[in-house]
Design a protein around this ligand. Structure first.
Ligand code: ADE
Length: 418
C-alpha cells in the first residue's frame, strides 16, 4: 500500500490509543455498526484531509466499515500523531500521508497523494483539498460527488468560493451543525487549548492575566476554561455584539493594544490574520506566553516579532523564546499553529464523537443525494443533527421530556394570548 508516515513501528502504541478514544465515541460507534450492516459507502472513494488523531482514526475506520475506500492526509503540518498514522496503515489498511512536523512542500505533496486516488468525496478541515481541486487539480472535479467541511475557517473560505459562483460541487458544512460547533468549538477548544498551553509551559494560570482574542464559540470556550483555572480573563473583539456578550459574561474587554502590556498569557482564536502584531509584542511583559488556537498559523505576526527580536531559541519543546531588542522575552507556542493539536492531543474524543458522526452521516447524505444537490454550501440536515443529539444523550444516560398533545397544539396555534 502506498503511504508516507514517520515510522510503522509506532503502530502498537497508536492502536491502543485509537481503542481508548473509541470508548468515548458512542455515537460514532452506532454509526459504525449501521454502516457495517448496510455498507452505504460501498465503492465510494473518500480523500480525507483532517488532523491525524485517535478520533480521526475512528472516523476513517467507520467510513471504511461503511464500504468506502479511504485515504487520509493531515490538515495541519504539526497536528499528526505519528503512532496513529502507523496503526491506521498497519492494523486498518488505511493509507495515510502525514508526518508530524512536515514542511509545506511535503504537506501539499500529501494532499496531492490523496487526490491521486481520484476521490468521489473529499473531507476537509480548513478547505485545503477543495482549494487544490479548484486550482491545480480541476481535472478531478467531474468525479466528485461533494465534500464535507469540519471547521469555521473552512466554511468561510467555501462560502466565499460559492459567493463568487466558483464552487464546482456541493459541500456539507459540518461545522454549522449544532451538535458540532456548540460542543466541539466551545468545550473541545476550551479544554484542549488550555491543555496545549499547559503541557507546553507548565506555567500556573491561577492569578494570571489571560488574554483571549476573539469571542466566537472557540473564544468563549477558552475564556470560560481559563477563568475556571483562576485566570483573570481579558477579551479582545472587533464585533460589538460579541464584545457585549463578553462584557455581560463578566470579562474585561479592551483593544489588544491595551491588553498587550497586561497579559501573562495570550491566545488568538479569531480566524483572522495578524491579530497580535509587532507593536503589541514589544509592549508585552517579560516572559509573556503567546499561542494561537485558530485554524491557520496567520493570527500571530511572527515576521514582525522576529524583526523586533535579537535572538530566538527553543526554550522547551513547542516553546520558542524570542528575546526582544528591548530586553524582554516573549514565548510563542507551537510555531503559532493550533496549540491544542501541536502541543496536546486536540479535542477529547467525547466531543469529536458528535463532530465525526456528522462527518460520517454527511458523507452518507452526499452519496444518497448524489447529483440532486446544487453547487452550494449546505448545512447538515436538521434530522441528522437532532438524531446525533438524541444518541449522545442516550449514551450519557440522560432522559428528557416530550411535548404533550396539548403543548404541540399550543405551539402550532396563534389564537391563545394573554
Ligand atoms: N480538531 C480538534 N481536535 C481534534 C481531534 N482530536 N481530532 C481531529 N480533529 C480535531
Amino acid at each position: 500500500m502506498n503511504h508516507h508516515i514517520k515510522d510503522i513501528a509506532l503502530s502498537a502504541k497508536g492502536k491502543k490509543r485509537i481503542e481508548w478514544a473509541e470508548l468515548d465515541m458512542p455515537v460514532l460507534r452506532q454509526v459504525k455498526d449501521n454502516f457495517s450492516k448496510k455498507k452505504p459507502l460501498k465503492g465510494v472513494k473518500i480523500a480525507a484531509c483532517l488532523h491525524v488523531t485517535t478520533e480521526t482514526a475512528n472516523l476513517a475506520i467507520t467510513l471504511k466499515e461503511g464500504g468506502a475506500d479511504v485515504t487520509l492526509c493531515a490538515s495541519n503540518p504539526l497536528s499528526t500523531q505519528d503512532d496513529v498514522a502507523a496503526s491506521l496503515v498497519k492494523d486498518f489498511k488505511i493509507p495515510v500521508f502525514a508526518i508530524k512536523g512536515e514542511d509545506n512542500k511535503t504537506y501539499y505533496s500529501h494532499l496531492n497523494a490523496t487526490l491521486d486516488k481520484k476521490p468521489n468525496i473529499t473531507m476537509d478541515d480548513g478547505a485545503d483539498l477543495v482549494s487544490v481541486l479548484h486550482s491545480e487539480r480541476t481535472n478531478l472535479i467531474d468525479g466528485i460527488i461533494g465534500s464535507t467541511e469540519e471547521t469555521t475557517t473552512g466554511v468561510i473560505r467555501l462560502k466565499s468560493l460559492a459567493a463568487a459562483k466558483l464552487l464546482k460541487f456541493p459541500v456539507i458544512a459540518v461545522n454549522d451543525a449544532s451538535t458540532k460547533h456548540f460542543f466541539d468549538n466551545r468545550y473541545g477548544t476550551g479544554q484542549s487549548t488550555l491543555d496545549g498551553m499547559l503541557r507546553a509551559t507548565n506555567r500556573l494560570l491561577a492569578g494570571s492575566n489571560f488574554v483571549v482574542c476573539g469571542y466566537g464559540w472557540c473564544g468563549k470556550g477558552v475564556a470560560m476554561r481559563a477563568r475556571g483555572m483562576g485566570s483573570n480573563v481579558i477579551v479582545t473583539e472587533i464585533d460589538p455584539l460579541k464584545a457585549l456578550e463578553a462584557v455581560m459574561d463578566g470579562f474585561r474587554v479592551m483593544p489588544i493594544a491595551e491588553a498587550a502590556s497586561i497579559g501573562d498569557f495570550f491566545c488568538t482564536v479569531t480566524g483572522n490574520l495578524n491579530v497580535i502584531r509587532k507593536e503589541h509584542f514589544i509592549k508585552m511583559r517579560d516572559g509573556a506566553i503567546v499561542a494561537n488556537s485558530g485554524h491557520f498559523n496567520v493570527e500571530l505576526d511572527l515576521v514582525g516579532l522576529k524583526a523586533a527580536s535579537k535572538r530566538v531559541r527553543e526554550a522547551r519543546e513547542f516553546v520558542e523564546e524570542y528575546e526582544l531588542k528591548n530586553g524582554r522575552k516573549v514565548c510563542v507556542l507551537g510555531e503559532g499553529r493550533l496549540v491544542n493539536l501541536a502541543a496536546a492531543e486536540g479535542h477529547p474524543a467525547s466531543v469529536m464523537d458528535m463532530s465525526f458522526a456528522n462527518q460520517a452521516l454527511g458523507g452518507d447524505f452526499l452519496v444518497k443525494k448524489g447529483g440532486t444537490l446544487s453547487n452550494m454550501v449546505y448545512t447538515v440536515p436538521e434530522e441528522i443533527d437532532k438524531e446525533i443529539a438524541r444518541l449522545k444523550l442516550a449514551a450519557l444516560g440522560v432522559k428528557i421530556d416530550t411535548l404533550t398533545k396539548e403543548q404541540k397544539k399550543y405551539l402550532a396555534s396563534w389564537e391563545m394570548g394573554t
